[in-house]
Design a binder for this molecule. Structure first.
Ligand SMILES: Cc1cc2nc3c(=O)[nH]c(=O)nc-3n(C[C@H](O)[C@H](O)[C@H](O)COP(=O)(O)OP(=O)(O)OC[C@H]3O[C@@H](n4cnc5c(N)ncnc54)[C@H](O)[C@@H]3O)c2cc1C
Length: 351
């Protein structure tokens, strides 16, 4: 019989880890091995273990943007728990330095408590600080790329620790080099944010400003904005600690003007935004509602759309990723047959 855990010096390598614990959708198979890392030494030991056993590596935070395949992962799952938050006053701004395994919302809360602005609109986004650069996390008019100054990481390609500046991250809308050309190359261990001592930049994102107007709030501080964002998000989105979900499951499709005109002829009430490069971004939630999936409970798969936000798929009673993908495909194909538009999935299907 095999022993369940191998101790490599101080770090524990676990076998047959249940991947459902590392996806907020709570689905998926098992990882062959996993290791929790709390510092650079743990990281080196884990990487060496993977090398010696010829295993691929995937590093995760809280799994809020991940779906695991039912087949599982035949490699080493690195679970990032590198902690430590430090603030350093640099005169006209404050540098917030965060271990990548810190809970992102804790960093937002601490920054706002110090009356600093720059990340207050990103309150309540689930997951760890180290995952935020990967998809350039954003909400309510802010993105982490606006404030990130430096990222310290381990390069799996050459076994070195490196520090890079924000301009080297190739940040874009919900993307970065960590998601594209350098996917799985780096393990992020620390992120620095340059936060402002001034009050939040105006104008605020319309939904936040509307909330403040509705509640007759006139003085705008980081904490006022954070509280508004928390109220808006809580009313709209399920808490992954209570309801299994990955947040927005679909991204808003962007199409050319000629295609947009054709669709608008048929659907005058289509919800869209014009982009700066002359394209049209359509509301995926509107497309999904129109396709008949508003507040939809699918008995066959055990999946559903969230009553107040159709972009969010929730797992009511499914016990396989196959069921989730089956439900996703029903939405994909109905939207495509009605509008000729292929929706894209936001959370990453791994491995
Ligand atoms: C209810 C809900 C609401 C959400 N709202 C938003 C939102 O408003 N805006 C938004 O942008 N996102 C949103 N998300 C998505 C999610 O919260 C973010 O993508 C978050 O940054 C994921 O953090 P995590 O620690 O859970 O990362 P994970 O899901 O564990 O990992 C995500 C990706 O990052 C990689 N990764 C994680 N840690 C590291 C590391 N240390 N080094 C290298 N790679 C790493 C993983 O391999 C994976 O590719 C939401 C999700 C949920 C469930």
């Amino acid at each position: 019989m095999q022993v369940k855990k191998d101790i490599i010096e101080l770090m524990v390598i676990e076998k047959n880890t249940d991947l459902r614990l590392f996806s907020t959708m709570r689905l998926g198979g098992k990882a062959k091995y996993s290791a929790r890392i709390e510092n650079k030494n743990d990281l080196i030991r884990a990487v060496n273990f993977a090398k010696e056993n010829n295993l691929p590596i995937i590093c995760v935070g809280k799994g809020s943007n991940i779906i695991w395949r039912d087949e599982g992962f035949n490699g080493l799952l690195i679970i990032n728990e590198i902690k430590g938050i430090r603030f350093e006053d640099n005169g006209d701004h404050v540098l917030a330095s965060s271990g990548s395994g810190e809970i992102w919302d804790d960093l937002v809360t601490k920054s706002v408590e110090l009356n600093l602005s720059g990340i207050e609109s990103l309150a309540l986004i689930p997951g760890t600080t180290g995952a935020t650069p990967v998809q350039n996390v954003g909400a309510y008019g802010q993105e982490v790329s606006d404030t990130i100054s430096e990222i310290e990481m381990f390069d799996l390609q050459n076994g070195q620790f490196v520090t890079i500046k924000t301009e080297d991250c190739d940040f874009g809308y919900r993307t970065s080099r960590f998601k594209k050309q350098d996917k799985n190359r780096f393990i992020i261990i620390n992120v620095n944010f340059k936060l402002s001592k001034d009050y939040p930049n105006l104008p605020l994102y319309p939904a936040v400003q509307n909330y403040l107007d509705d509640n007759d709030i006139k003085v705008i501080s980081p904490s006022v904005v954070r509280n508004a964002v928390i109220a808006i998000r809580s009313a709209k989105l399920p808490d992954p600690a209570e309801v299994a979900n990955n947040g927005s499951f679909f991204s808003n499709p962007v199409i050319d003007e000629s295609d947009f005109i054709e669709i608008q002829k048929k659907y005058e009430d289509i919800v869209y935004w014009q982009t700066s490069d002359g394209k049209y971004k359509l509301s995926a939630a509107w497309l999904i509602d129109k396709a008949g999936f508003s507040n939809f409970e699918d008995e066959e798969t055990g999946m559903a759309t969230w009553p107040t936000q159709s972009l969010v798929i929730v797992n009511r009673s499914a016990n396989s990723t196959k069921s989730l993908l089956n439900f996703r495909d029903k939405i994909f194909s109905k939207v495509e047959s009605l509008f000729g538009i292929k929706l894209e999935q936001e959370p990453e299907l791994l491995p």
